[in-house]
Write a protein that binds this ligand. Structure first.
Ligand code: R7I
Ligand code: MG
Ligand code: MG
Length: 314
């Protein structure tokens, strides 16, 4: 892939994730949101403020850049340093960060929460896009890194699986030429046959195919795939929305917000997929201009890309 195209995809993936989060964050927890209301509301906001999804995605990118790889011990430290309560973190994640800050080991804490089962929240999947970008050309290392990036806070197999599926989907979007139609069927085959491990995810990914083919209503999509804060109720939903709107970043974000529920997180995952496929130039300029810390995130994505390119060439 030409160098500049890859750079644009890294920028698109990270800025896309942040914009999806910030736009969706205006509506988190709502149900049935009309398209006109979303457009008006976005225009009224002087600044598009991001939430925990982006705060943690920034942390993943910073940590990878510093270590030139995914190092879980450094990652959890970075999450703790970057923590800002006002960003709206999930309850389980707050507990892990607090206890590790007090000196406990993340390996114990992330296993102990939720009655000893670990979290299957979408917190690991929502922040995984830098892993999908950085390891885009190495599926084996990508899966290992995505798992590790999840385990520091989300150790339930379904929480980990959501992160692996989202990271793999981002890597496929990076590798796909935006001048050609996106091969959604191939992505779904890969996910069902090789990447997904449980029936929970496999059956939802099969349902994505069916819902796309029949042009399902929003109500049916929410009913079958979900729109909640659990990994299995949001990762397949994001993949569905992306595959329905592969040619248009803006339409993909608005479509995900219309589904309601965990809007910031679903729109963030959709933004990461759409931006990684179409590249930075597909992101509406007026959205990027008003994105909180937009220039910092752009610089971070560029450094992530530079780090990747320097490792590939030595
Ligand atoms: O996954 P997490 O960091 O939350 C991310 C969400 C996103 O929507 C962000 O935008 C932010 O708003 O929060 O935090 P967790 O608390 O680990 O998981 C999220 C939710 O999933 C929990 O609050 C639970 O409702 C649910 N959940 C579980 N429920 C039962 N049993 C996660 N794990 C379990 C479980 O094992
Ligand atoms: Mg959030
Ligand atoms: Mg959310």
């Amino acid at each position: 892939m030409p160098k500049e195209n890859l750079k644009s995809k890294f920028l698109g993936g990270m800025i896309g994730a942040a914009i999806g989060d910030a736009v969706g964050g205006l509506f988190e927890g709502r149900w049935k949101i009309a398209l006109e209301e979303i457009s008006t509301r976005i225009q009224e906001e002087p600044m598009l403020r991001y939430t925990d999804d982006t705060q943690m995605t920034i942390g993943v990118a910073e940590s990878i850049i510093r270590n030139k790889r995914l190092d879980p011990d450094d990652l959890i430290k970075t999450f703790i340093e970057n923590f800002e309560a006002s960003r709206g973190y999930g309850w389980g994640t707050i507990r892990v960060l607090r206890r590790v800050k007090r000196g406990e080991n993340w390996r114990d804490v992330s296993r102990e929460i939720f009655g000893g089962k670990g979290s299957f929240g979408n917190g690991a999947a929502m922040r995984v896009s830098p892993v999908g970008l950085f390891y885009y050309d190495d599926p084996e290392r990508l899966v290992t890194a995505a798992k590790l990036s999840s385990l520091v806070t989300h150790s339930h197999p379904l929480g980990v699986e959501g992160a692996v599926i989202q990271a793999y989907s981002v890597s496929t979007a990076v590798k796909s030429d935006p001048r050609e139609d996106f091969r959604g069927e191939t992505l779904l085959d890969d996910l069902v046959d090789r990447i997904a491990k449980t029936e929970v995810f496999k059956s939802k990914l099969q349902a994505v195919r069916e819902l796309l083919a029949k042009g399902a209503s929003r109500g049916e999509v929410v009913k079958r795939l979900g729109n909640g804060a659990e990994a299995f109720n949001s990762v397949p939903t994001a993949i569905y929305v992306f595959l329905k709107n592969t040619r248009n970043f803006r339409a993909a974000i608005l479509d995900s917000v219309c589904l309601g529920g965990d809007t910031d997180t679903i729109a963030s995952m959709v933004g990461a997929l759409s931006g990684s496929y179409l590249g930075f130039q597909a992101i509406p300029e007026e959205w990027f201009r008003r994105l909180e810390d937009g220039e910092y995130i752009r610089g971070l994505a560029e450094t992530l890309w530079r780090t990747k390119v320097s490792l590939t060439h030595c």
